[in-house]
Design a protein around this ligand. Structure first.
Ligand code: ARG
Ligand code: ZN
Length: 246
C-alpha cells in the first residue's frame, strides 16, 4: 500500500568444493546488504559527496529470503562463464524458481575474476536473475575478495536487473538514460579522490560513489533519485517486471 515492493528472493548455490557451498549466514549477510542499500539505511549513505542532494532515499524494495528459499547442488564444474549454464539443470546448473515473481540469484565460482553479471528486463524467464561469484557475495568474515567484500556486487547487478545501465553508458561520455547522473569518461576503479571531473561536455564531477560505477565496494554508496525512478518503472503497471506486484 505504501508502494513497497516485497520481492521474494531464491538463492541457487552451485559448488564443486565445500568453500563454494556458502553458508546460510553468508547468504543472509548479502540479503541484509541489499535491504540496506535499497532502503538507504547503509551505514555509508551519509558519506561526504557532492551528490547528496540527488541521492535516492528509500527505494522501497524489500528483499525477502529465508534459508528454505535456497537450492544447493554439487557439480564437477569448477568454474563457470557467462553463458548461463549455471541456470540450466541440463547443463549441471539449477533451473530458476518462481518465474516472473521471484529474484533468482545464482552463486558459483565464476571464471577469470568475474564478480557477477545480470539479465536486463525483457529477456527469457528461464535465465532471468543475477549471478554472483561466491567470493563477492555477502559481507563479513567470509572468504571474500579484498575490495569486493561489502556485498556491493549484488547491489550493482540487481541495479542492472531493474534496468540500470553503467553510469558511463558503456562508452566515453555515454548515456545511462538517467537525468540526474553526470557523464563519465568511462568506468572508475579503486577509490577515486573526491573532485574527480570528466572531460565530457562541461567537465562534470563524476559520481564515482554510485553503485553503477566500477569502484571498490567501500567507495560506492548511493543510487540517484533518477535511477530509483528508472528501476521503479520496471515494476509499474505495463512495465517489463509488472508481474512482481501481486
Ligand atoms: N563487473 C561487474 C558488472 O559489470 C560488477 C562490478 C561490481 N563492482 C563492485 N564494486 N562490486 O556487472
Ligand atoms: Zn555492471
Amino acid at each position: 500500500a505504501d508502494g513497497t515492493l516485497e520481492l521474494p528472493v531464491h538463492v541457487n548455490v552451485i559448488y564443486s568444493n565445500a568453500a563454494e557451498n556458502i553458508s546460510d549466514a553468508q547468504i543472509q549477510s548479502q540479503i541484509d546488504v541489499l535491504n540496506q542499500d535499497f532502503g538507504a539505511t547503509n551505514s555509508d549513505y551519509n558519506n561526504a559527496s557532492p551528490y547528496q542532494s540527488v541521492r535516492s532515499g528509500d527505494i522501497k524494495v524489500r528483499f525477502l529470503w529465508t534459508p528454505s528459499n535456497t537450492t544447493r547442488k554439487s557439480s564437477t564444474t569448477t568454474s563457470w562463464g557467462t553463458n548461463d549454464a549455471m541456470k540450466r539443470s541440463s547443463a549441471g546448473g539449477i533451473d530458476p524458481t518462481g518465474l516472473g515473481t521471484t529474484l533468482n540469484i545464482w552463486v558459483c565460482n565464476l571464471s577469470n575474476s568475474i564478480l557477477g553479471y545480470a539479465q536486463f528486463p525483457g529477456g527469457s524467464s528461464a535465465t532471468d536473475g543475477v549471478v554472483i561469484d561466491n567470493n563477492a557475495f555477502g559481507k563479513g568474515s567470509f572468504p571474500l575478495y579484498a575490495n569486493f567484500n561489502l556485498g556491493r556486487t549484488a547491489t550493482h547487478e540487481v541495479g542492472h536487473w531493474f534496468n540500470l545501465r553503467h553510469i558511463w553508458g558503456d562508452r566515453r561520455c555515454g548515456d545511462d538514460f538517467v537525468g540526474d547522473t553526470p557523464a563519465h569518461d568511462g568506468a572508475n576503479y579503486g577509490c577515486p579522490a573526491s573532485g574527480h571531473t570528466s572531460k565530457c561536455s562541461g567537465r562534470p564531477l563524476e559520481m564515482t560513489m554510485n553503485y553503477m560505477d566500477y569502484t571498490d565496494d567501500r567507495c560506492m554508496y548511493m543510487f540517484s533519485s533518477g535511477q530509483a525512478s528508472r528501476m521503479k518503472a520496471t515494476y509499474a503497471p505495463g512495465g517489463p517486471r509488472a508481474g512482481l506486484i501481486p
